[in-house]
Design a protein around this ligand. Sequence first.
Ligand SMILES: *[C@@H]1O[C@H](CO)[C@@H](O)[C@H](O)[C@H]1NC(C)=O
Ligand SMILES: *[C@@H]1O[C@H](CO)[C@@H](O)[C@H](O)[C@H]1NC(C)=O
Ligand SMILES: *[C@@H]1O[C@H](CO)[C@@H](O)[C@H](O)[C@H]1NC(C)=O
Length: 383
Amino acid sequence: MLIKRKYFRWNRLLLCLPVVILIFHMLSVSEFHQSSRSKEKPKKIDHLVLGPAAGEGLPDRLQCQGIRALNKTSSRMFQKNSDSVDHVSFVTVFTVYNSTVDSRPVDLVTVGNTSYNKVERSMAILNIFVNFIQVTMPQSNVIILTDPTAEIPLHRDMVTIQPIQGEYSRDKLMLQRIRSYIAFLETRLEKLTVMQEKVSHFIFTDSDIAVVHDLGRIFTDYPSFDLALTFRNNKEQPLNSGFIAVRGTAEGLQRGKAFLQEVLKIYSTKFMKASRMLGDQLALAWVVTSHPKFDIKRFSKREAFLDKIGGASVLFLPCSSYNWTPPEGAGQFHGMPLDVKVVHFKGSRKRLMLESWNYFLSSSDISDMLCLILKSGRTKYDF
Ligand SMILES: *[C@@H]1O[C@H](CO)[C@@H](O)[C@H](O)[C@H]1NC(C)=O
Ligand SMILES: *[C@@H]1O[C@H](CO)[C@@H](O)[C@H](O)[C@H]1NC(C)=O
Ligand SMILES: *[C@@H]1O[C@H](CO)[C@@H](O)[C@H](O)[C@H]1NC(C)=O
């Protein structure tokens, strides 16, 4: 009799469980609706909007008072005394489209005192990408891989434009990007082995990022990796293709190239039908996670780790520090880690990239600027 009653209670408890989950879910959904309602219309926003700074009270998260940071990243770290650190170059694929050159004046977007058409906007992003590197890694240079037919109006000391044959149309750009990376690594390998040029490490990135801390350290702190990728706890897309580091030694270049060739092969055979923005990330994840000994659970912790994938030693770095972007939509948001090194202005956050640079120009303080980004990063902007 007693046993029976106990069983009955357990049964009721189990029945309650889905209800509890449902209520939690409804809470988060209604919170989301509230917050989106308070932002007037779902229209994309044409001015800077500051919200609350997520992660308040958490010891390992940036704490802000207004847009002043209470935790300062030392500004002394940006001194030019990096003799002990190896040379690092940033590499990005960038092109300008003929169709956007003809864009109408209706498409103008104003940030600060400047109005930008479509081409000017992507040039502004590229310039600010370079500006941040100049501030945080003044010894580094930037290499832009582009369509030989494209003319990129960018003339700066630290920037080299390297044309690479290929098909840079919009719907093939992600595929072409991997091809351009591979072709670039081939040219580097030749320069290193045949022409005896000095070793330089490479970080391949999207151009809508701000490097806010010296990244050269990864090559000395983790001396054995050939190639580094950034991961996050996301089942479908655990790896972001917007940040790939390759060690500049002959072995590193060779293995980095072989790894990317494998990604390219998987992309062209399995993911050609994927949306034009996703194929490379799906292929990247496939190459890594289909490796028999790979433990996918390691993506759920925010800790760097090394693993052997094919012939390459791969360093996995957490996106939360090396490719930080606030979660989209109603995703949980626990603020910004104190050791953030790269901010990625994905999707409709390009305005914020420009606003952040402008704010940095007036405040000269990277940490304060990070507070601006933290408070504003979930807003969808007009560009
Ligand atoms: C960051 O700043 C807050 C507020 O001043 C402080 O309580 C916290 O200990 C700081 N965190 C670190 C890691 O210094
Ligand atoms: C852009 O236009 C020029 C001249 O009209 C042409 O030669 C070039 O191939 C075009 N580039 C692309 C990427 O369509
Ligand atoms: C932008 O315009 C305002 C008001 O006209 C002016 O005070 C400010 O100095 C301008 N800023 C820049 C960067 O030109």
